[in-house]
Write a protein that binds this ligand. Structure first.
Ligand SMILES: [Ca+2]
Length: 226
């Protein structure tokens, strides 16, 4: 199924893009919840519209620069850490270990450069069947204040983010409508936890965004001190 999609992608980029994109209905409904926001949008490649003028080119360049700056800032955030280990509800092709699309592809720093189907991200077994989750472990327990989920295909399907205390108890830090589009972060901010967390669970409803929903990386942000 996915191989078919890739073949189609080579021939018909338009078809491929629509498979990874949020549906129109979801897009219009998407309004960032007060406690979340996305990094500046990853601008789509400039369309070959002959009407494109210098102003449009300039603002597209500015938006692209803005996106790149934000991606770099997050990647190098001294208070951010990347997962060292992950498990998931399912994986594409039952990928194990560090195979393409395995849960472990969501560990470490982001390594997907382009929005679309990519084995350097985690993908669940099926594109649209419903609830799926990714459970990530971090090297250093921190008093957490933010989780950043880098979505790389079928963005917008995250419905819940939880962090775990040292006793293994889950604390929901966000639940709502994910407004992330294209290759970008769902940014979940919350009051700093009273406990140290070293585990994050991200839950998706893959049925809300048609096509494959993939996660490249998840960053936990926090400090040593409460
Ligand atoms: Ca990755």
């Amino acid at each position: 199924m996915k191989i078919c999609l890739r073949l189609i992608c080579c021939i018909l980029p338009v078809v491929f893009l629509s498979a990874c994109k949020k549906s129109d209905s979801a897009e219009t409904a998407a309004k960032p919840a007060p406690s979340t926001n996305s990094a500046p949008a990853n601008p789509a490649p400039a369309a070959s519209a002959p009407a494109a003028n210098a102003d449009a080119d300039a603002s597209a360049k500015m938006a692209a620069a803005d996106w790149a700056m934000k991606q770099d800032e997050i990647k190098n955030d001294p208070n951010g850490e990347w997962a060292m280990q992950a498990t998931a509800s399912s994986t594409y092709g039952d990928a194990q270990g560090t195979a393409r699309f395995s849960a472990n592809q969501a560990t470490g720093a982001p390594n997907v450069d382009k929005y679309g189907d990519d084995g350097s991200a985690w993908a669940p077994k099926t594109p649209d069947s419903g609830i799926e989750w990714l459970d990530l472990k971090y090297p250093k327990p921190v008093y957490a204040s933010e989780v950043r989920v880098r979505e790389s295909c079928g963005s917008g399907a995250v419905v819940k983010v939880e962090v775990f205390d040292e006793k293994g108890e889950a604390h929901s830090v966000w639940q709502g409508n994910d407004s992330t589009k294209d290759l970008n972060y769902l940014i979940v901010k919350f009051p700093k936890t009273a406990f140290k967390a070293d585990r994050v669970k991200v839950t998706l409803a893959t049925n809300v965004v048609p096509g494959w929903n993939e996660i490249d990386a998840v960053q936990l942000v926090g400090t040593d001190q409460p």
